[in-house]
Design a protein around this ligand. Structure first.
Ligand code: MSP
Length: 532
């Protein structure tokens, strides 16, 4: 059998300045849904997430808690790892930038950078935003602060800046302007959604400043191997994690083979706030050291919450202290409802306002009343009319009108195209079409009337078979969003061994249900939530 193609997908690695919140979980779930979908399409997926543990922000958070930075990071790691496990995140690896493998890879990077000629020593005199771990020039700050009185604020996040003046190593980012513009022209798919490309392009077209990539006024970072007292700028360290995890800088044949197989990554999932790091700095770093560029950077929008003082929506963030804990949503919707809601109701790429009322509404409409209802009614009828089993597969799958088979025709292709493009809401809507049609089909076909008429036994078997078949296919399509309930739905119709299949198109072919197997009614998979 031919080797499966590799699909390497990553999330941002999260700062450990506070516990994870809905916003950070959002990036991770998005990557997980894509990873699960790709596995179902026969890819050999490598899915990486992790923690960004160095830098001033984390050092300050540790100090505020009276711990050393390492103690602080170690105390936070389980919060992230446990939450990802609970949210059914199927990552293959979890990287922490304080691990030895990252230190070795970053130090290897420094040597390659030095050889490349794109590194020089200088001194930095400018602004620094600690919450964003970003440098800003006087010009950028002056422009963004026009009309603003008092201490200058960060052009991006509008929080106070620090003035720093220190000796620093610089990466000659300015030398990459033309190559970056050529990249965007030749590979418009590099930045997704495509509307984000303008922002990236105009930033680069406006001219690039060289980037300060070491700090020497604090020590929480990876030491620069050839300059004592300097530690790596946190983003220079963090971006490399994507390559560290697949063997960069390790010279064993195994690591080299892994790197050759996995790199370049197919997709980096990031929030729109960190798009410049991923679409400008990261490709320039890779160009400098002669490594291949990732295929796609997918930037999602922000989850917003209302600021009661200003009445404005603002980005939910740990540093702003307006973050909603995932626990609140898990308690309301369950893990599967949580995943489904954020992946289908917030348009990937755009900002989305958070509302508990909307969460209830979507959950009840799509999951309780539609998907859950289809499962419980169909399994109930099958068990009742066919003695705890599914009817046998009809000899002729077109013996009667079959709106479900019609909808199912071509459905996987439509769905797969949307999933592959991160249009998760549209992909789920395709699955929902089958579910809605199936619920209408129950009303139209009235199996309870057919059951009363022995002369129509074939028709009854046909209808129930179709309903179970619609459930089987829908469970596969919804599995990347809701893996556990999909697996449970499949189990109840004796198709447990299909869960986790890696040939979606084949497994979703109409008529795949063997028929005659035991069917278990079970408890409601999505109990209705009271709407307030
Ligand atoms: N450590 C860097 C990333 C380094 S990647 C080499 C970082 N960390 S973060 O913890 O601040 O944020 C990580 C991700 O969470 C970003 O993609 C960010 O956009 C996302 N989110 C943080 N708050 C968010 C919302 N309110 N809404 C949606 N996602 C947001 O940046």
């Amino acid at each position: 059998m031919a080797e499966k193609p590799s699909y390497y997908i990553t999330t941002p690695i999260y700062y450990v300045n506070a516990a994870p919140h809905l916003g950070t979980a959002y990036s991770t779930i998005m990557a997980d849904v894509q990873a699960r979908f790709r596995r179902s399409m026969g890819y050999d997926v490598r899915f990486l997430t992790g923690m960004d543990e160095h830098g001033q922000k984390v050092a300050e958070a540790a100090a505020a808690h009276g711990m050393t930075p390492q103690e602080w990071c170690d105390s936070q790691a389980p919060l992230f790892q446990d939450l990802w496990a609970e949210l059914e995140i199927s990552n293959d690896d979890f990287i922490r930038t304080t691990e030895d493998r990252q230190r070795a890879a970053v130090q290897y990077l420094w040597e390659r950078m030095r050889e490349s000629g794109y590194l020089y020593k200088g001194s930095y005199d400018g602004w620094y935003c600690v919450p964003d771990e970003t440098f800003f020039t006087d010009t950028q700050v002056a422009k963004a602060n026009e009309g603003h009185e008092g201490d200058p604020l960060c052009p991006d996040c509008h929080r106070p800046l620090e003035r720093i003046k220190e000796e620093s190593w610089f990466f000659k980012l300015s030398a990459f302007q033309d190559r970056l513009l050529a990249l965007y022209d030749e590979h418009p798919e590099f930045v997704q959604p495509s509307f984000r490309m303008n922002e990236v392009r105009s930033f680069v077209a406006g001219g690039l400043n060289d980037l300060s990539v070491s700090r020497n006024t604090f020590d929480w970072g990876i030491p620069v191997p050839f300059d004592e007292g300097h530690v790596t700028y946190v983003w220079f360290d963090a971006l490399l994690n994507y390559m560290t995890a697949v063997g960069y800088g390790v010279e064993t044949p195994e690591a080299q083979a892994e790197l050759a197989r996995r790199w370049p990554a197919q997709a980096h999932i990031v929030g729109k706030d960190i798009i410049r790091f991923h679409c400008v700095i990261w490709p320039a770093m890779l160009m400098a050291i002669g490594e291949a560029l990732p295929e796609h950077v997918f930037a999602h929008g922000f989850l917003m919450v209302r600021n009661e003082e200003t009445g404005q929506g603002e980005k939910m963030s740990k540093s702003r202290g307006n973050a909603i804990a995932p626990r609140e949503v898990i308690d309301l919707l369950g893990v599967e409802g949580y995943r489904y809601y954020f992946m289908t109701d917030v348009v990937p790429g755009s900002d989305g306002a958070i509302s508990f009322a909307r969460m209830r509404q979507v959950y009840n409409a799509d999951l309780a009343n539609s998907w859950g209802n289809l499962i419980s009614r169909s399994l109930n009828m099958s068990a009742k009319y066919f003695d705890g089993a599914a009817p046998a597969r009809p000899d002729d799958l077109a013996a009667f009108a079959n709106p479900l088979a019609e909808i199912a025709e071509g459905l996987v292709d439509r769905y797969a195209e949307k999933m592959g493009a991160f249009a998760f809401g549209e992909a789920a809507a395709a699955a929902m079409e089958l579910i809605h049609t199936a619920n209408h089909y129950i009303e139209d076909a009235e199996p309870w009337s057919l059951a009363k008429d022995p002369a129509r036994a074939d028709e009854l078997a046909f209808v129930i078979y179709n309903l179970l078949e619609a459930i089987r296919i829908s469970a596969h399509l919804l599995a990347p969003f809701m893996p556990a309930t999909s697996a449970e739905a499949l189990r109840r119709i004796s198709c447990a061994d299909e869960a986790g299949a890696d040939d979606l198109a084949a497994v979703c072919t109409w008529g795949g249900l063997v028929g005659g197997m035991p069917v278990e009614k079970g408890e409601a998979l999505f109990p209705r939530i009271a709407e307030e």
